[in-house]
Design a binder for this molecule. Structure first.
Ligand code: GLN
Ligand code: ZN
Length: 773
């Protein structure tokens, strides 16, 4: 056993070895170099050579950093110019026909980026969230014409590139089952799994070439193994890995983001040389899996969190590693729980962060040290890493005891909440009567909140941040924008107005900056999709609201008009979901604290005379656990946190919510349980088809199905909108219907917004007329 290996004793070949492994490193660069290089290439300001050069520098830098920090198993082909699924699409020649690519020719940058971003003649491929992360992948498309062929050799090239630095890497590939199961069939009756045999040929060709070139190990990612698999997937897995095992280098099969659960037997029976488990999100079956592997297999323990930014408490983690290692006789790897793609690059660049907080954080670079420390501690003995363990314990202790994470007032208030805190005073029908004096017409018109964030708005904000525009002048500027927007909405004859959200950069950041318990990084960027990165706030302590956050702006806007102005808030679930969340209490507890802070804001808005308040929850659905069995519990607390935030008001105050996505079928009960007086949702892209879920369910409250897809620059005409309204009226009682766009208008330009809203109001009036006739 490794524990008995004293530091001085030579490691004999027959002992099991312990290696430090990384499943993937962020590719964007500590200063988002890849983003800037890619965008310059897109704008035509640089050529492919310059882009390739930046990419090569980043790969080299990241490989060297990993080697220098003691990582034994360094990944390659984890780099991507856009997305690892799109890389697989290109690798296996699954480029949809509309992009005009000729099989047998190389997939160049322009074809590759066309798939992701679309061209004048070919719409972009669909993009969706990678499991329960905020990373988006390009969805493979399969149809009757799909024919796979090996169109690239990138994984082998990357391995060879690292060899020139004298670094032996483990190339990473998305596994064939994850690739097929995450793809979409575009031909009727085509089951993606039926494409497995021809896909396997391409994998086999590639893997065989890699083996011949001297690649010893490959990492094959099959995160679908932590989800509820379709019935025929087990056979497909067996078939796939039986075929690949004979031709491929040694395969480290990785699973992450959850536990194997009912796929445990399947995963451990596959003929692979190693199996990786996420020991953080899937801690329940690690021991059983460890015991069931054979001694000639490598067990990879994902013990350092690839999804969060907190420093690992190394001593207990090492103890856990030791314990788990006892259950497996073969080799061990200590690894990141998943790819480090989901964490920012380097916390040492954070010069403005509070020093105490900074000492609790580990970004990707710091996680490399943690992984190698754990591996060394396990292999060479704890005493060889004693100083590092002590420092880690110290950080954990200060964090646990810090006054800054603990607010007795918040704790006390949460503890004293009773069940009625999440209920409105009366049922919807009574509230509706109390709200009648709002005097709204049938089919009331409104928007979702933001109006165009023009160049001028952004310029003024930057100038104010830089100190070039005084606070007073900036405020005056925002007041002018807000007033102009109110006037514009009056002119357009919209019924429920908004103030436009010009003072906000981002719907989470704006609130986080005003709440206690939140911190912001300067460089904590994480790839969201393609070149787009986000910088999630860090929730480190108990959340509370020192003072009103939106009341001034809402009151100001309301003072300008007799029509109702909606107060605009971001909901607790969305704030939680789009932040890095503290890991020392449950997400539910953190969410409830945010809910309480939003509740205070709702109460203050009401006090200030605001009659309609919207609490946006666009991220509700993405927080849904991967396994069906876990979803009800999540939805229950998520719904409760929303209700907590929206229920301190009188019946006469109207609460709205907004969710900008459309797959509601499986969460309809939760949506109804929100009990918002009005919900606005996305439906126009599917021509109102998706509204069916609300109709079938007999959704009881009011609903505004988006009648205009704001994600595209297209302006809908009044006839088209009227047609959508009457389609909606076939499914939902017109008395319940509101008329609004799909989402906020902040990314659109004023001219298209004006025309579209004019058409929207014209259509609503025509529909009202028909309705009354
Ligand atoms: N109120 C927000 C806006 O209009 C909602 C944004 C969203 O749903 N993502 O911008
Ligand atoms: Zn939206």
């Amino acid at each position: 056993m490794t524990e008995s290996t004293s530091p001085a004793s030579p490691r004999s070949k027959d002992q099991k070895s312990v290696r430090a492994a990384v499943l993937g490193f962020p590719r964007i660069g500590a200063r988002r170099e890849l983003k800037f290089a890619t965008e310059a290439f897109w704008r035509g300001e640089s050529d492919a050579e310059a882009l390739d050069e930046t990419a090569a520098q980043l790969r080299t830098r990241h490989w060297l950093a990993q080697r220098q920090r003691g990582i034994d198993v360094i990944p390659s082909n984890d780099f991507s110019f856009y997305d690892q699924m799109l890389d697989m699409i290109a690798l296996v020649g699954a480029i949809p026909q509309r992009f005009g690519w000729q099989p047998g020719t190389p997939v160049d940058h322009s074809t590759y980026f066309a798939c992701a971003r679309g061209t004048d003649t070919a719409p972009a491929m669909e993009m969706t969230k990678w499991f329960d992360t905020n990373y988006h992948y390009i969805v493979p498309e399969f149809d009757d014409a799909t024919h796979f062929s090996l169109a690239r050799t990138t994984p082998l090239d990357a391995w060879q590139e690292a060899r020139t630095l004298d670094i032996t890497t483990r190339p990473v590939l998305v596994g064939p089952l994850t690739f097929l199961l995450l793809g979409k069939s575009k031909s009727d009756g085509l089951d993606p799994l039926s494409l497995l045999p021809q896909l396997l040929k391409v994998y086999a060709d590639l893997l065989n070439a890699m083996k011949k070139a001297g690649v010893e190990w490959v990492q094959i990612d099959e995160p679908v193994l932590v989800t509820d698999l379709p019935a025929d997937a087990a056979d497909a897995f067996e078939q796939a890995y039986a075929a690949l095992a004979t031709v491929a280098p040694k395969i480290m099969l990785t699973t992450y983001f959850g536990s194997l659960g009912d796929n445990q037997e399947l995963a451990t029976s596959l003929p692979v040389a190693g199996l990786h488990l996420d020991c953080l999100r899937g801690d329940d079956d690690v021991k059983a899996v460890a015991s069931s592997l054979s001694p000639d297999q490598t067990l990879s323990l994902g013990l350092v969190d690839g999804r969060n930014i907190w420093r690992t408490n190394l001593s207990p983690t090492l103890a856990r590693a030791k314990e788990l290692a006892c259950h497996h006789e073969g080799d061990i790897e200590i690894a990141s729980s998943c790819s480090l793609l989901h964490t920012p690059v380097d916390v040492s660049l954070e010069s403005k962060l509070d020093l105490e907080l900074k000492s609790w954080l580990a970004f990707a670079t710091q996680k490399l040290d943690e992984i190698s420390t754990l591996a060394r501690g396990l292999w060479d003995g704890e005493e060889t890493v004693a100083a590092t363990l002590r420092a880690s314990t110290e950080a954990a202790t200060t964090r646990a005891n810090s006054k800054h994470t603990y607010n007795p007032l918040v704790r006390g208030r949460i503890a004293s909440l009773d069940a009625s805190a999440t209920d409105r005073k009366s049922p919807f029908a009574d509230r509706q009567k109390a709200q009648a004096d709002l005097g709204l017409p049938p089919l009331p018109t409104t928007t979702i909140g933001s109006f165009p964030q023009t160049v001028e708005v952004r310029k003024a904000r930057v100038a104010n941040k830089r100190g070039e525009l005084s606070d007073a002048d900036y405020r005056a500027f925002l007041e002018r924008e807000t007033e102009a927007t109110i006037r514009k909405q009056e002119e357009l004859d919209i019924d429920v107005l908004v103030h436009g959200e010009f003072e906000r950069t981002d719907m989470v950041e704006y609130f986080g900056e005003q709440l206690d318990g939140f911190a912001f990084t300067s460089n904590g960027w994480v790839q969201s999709y393609g070149s787009r990165c986000v910088r999630p706030p860090v929730i480190f302590g108990d959340v509370s609201r020192p003072g009103p956050m939106t009341v001034d702006w809402t009151k100001y806007a309301q003072s300008l008009t007799d029509r109702p102005v909606k107060g605009m808030l971001t909901g607790p679930v969305t704030i939680l979901q789009w932040s890095f969340v503290r890991d020392d209490q449950s997400r539910e507890d953190t969410c409830r604290q945010i809910g309480l802070a939003i509740r205070d804001e709702v109460a203050d808005l009401e006090k200030a005379g605001i009659r309609i308040i919207q609490i946006d929850e666009p991220a509700l659905r993405e927080g849904l656990p991967l396994r069906k069995a876990d979803q009800a519990a999540y939805l229950e607390w998520a719904v409760n946190c929303f209700r907590l935030s929206g229920s301190p008001v009188e019946d006469a105050t109207q609460i709205h919510t907004h969710m900008c996505y459309s797959e509601f079928n499986d969460i309809m009960d939760a949506i109804a349980a929100f009990d918002a007086d009005v919900i606005s949702i996305e439906t126009s892209r599917s021509d109102m088809e998706l509204l069916g879920a609300f109709g079938d369910f007999h959704y009881p409250n009011d609903i505004g199905p988006g009648i205009w897809d704001i994600h595209a620059p297209r302006v809908p005409d009044a006839d088209e909108i009227e047609r959508l309204i009457s389609k909606a009226a076939n499914v939902i009682d017109p008395k319940q219907l509101w008329i609004n766009p799909d989402c906020g208008l902040k990314t659109r330009g004023w001219p298209e917004v004006e025309t579209s809203l004019t058409n929207m109001v014209t259509a609503a009036k025509a529909a009202r007329h028909k309705l009354s006739a």
